[in-house]
Design a protein around this ligand. Sequence first.
Ligand SMILES: CC(C)(COP(=O)(O)OP(=O)(O)OC[C@H]1O[C@@H](n2cnc3c(N)ncnc32)[C@H](O)[C@@H]1OP(=O)(O)O)[C@@H](O)C(=O)NCCC(=O)NCCS
Length: 170
Amino acid sequence: MRIKGKDVTIRPLKNSDRKNIALYANNKKIWQNLRDIMPHPYTLEDADNFLEIVALEDPVCTFAIEFEGKFAGVCGLNLQPDIYRNSCEIGYWIAEPYWSKGVATEAVKCVTEYAFKTLDKVRVFTGVFEYNKASIRVLEKCGFEKEGVFKSALTKDGKLYDEVRYALLR
Ligand SMILES: CC(C)(COP(=O)(O)OP(=O)(O)OC[C@H]1O[C@@H](n2cnc3c(N)ncnc32)[C@H](O)[C@@H]1OP(=O)(O)O)[C@@H](O)C(=O)NCCC(=O)NCCS
């Protein structure tokens, strides 16, 4: 399964991605914007654990992002249970050398379309740290709407932050 955008391709992760994942995910600027489930520092063993979990997904929900044929990040959907089953949460990170080239924007568009068309979901949402202006811009460029601010909902690196929630409906 591959989804092709203009310059970006979305494809399932493979074991040979381990070195690139460990290389690029080991970046505090990335960790600062994600949940603490993502380790820092990030090692090859962390990449292997991640790939082991992802390999069990059915349907595939976590993808490698390629830019001009090279590994450039990860984008995934977190399917929601029970009464939230028509929703999924989107998450993504881009390797720092590829920032500000439109990679996240294209990847989010591709994976959101996969959620709507292939997985038949109705709603894709995410929560962003209040200071993550680049990610907020990505979501706005993809047509997501701001739904609200959850005050002091997030704790990162010992400090409290507001969470800004965005969603796109099919
Ligand atoms: C946030 C992130 C995903 C953006 O990826 P990217 O590939 O650089 O994003 P794009 O190039 O598609 O778009 C970025 C937009 O943000 C803008 N931007 C970048 N830094 C900004 C800042 N400090 N303030 C405001 N806008 C900013 C860019 O100019 C661009 O907008 P434009 O096209 O209108 O010029 C990437 O920086 C990243 O992986 N960060 C760490 C992990 C993370 O934040 N994940 C998302 C969690 S919600």
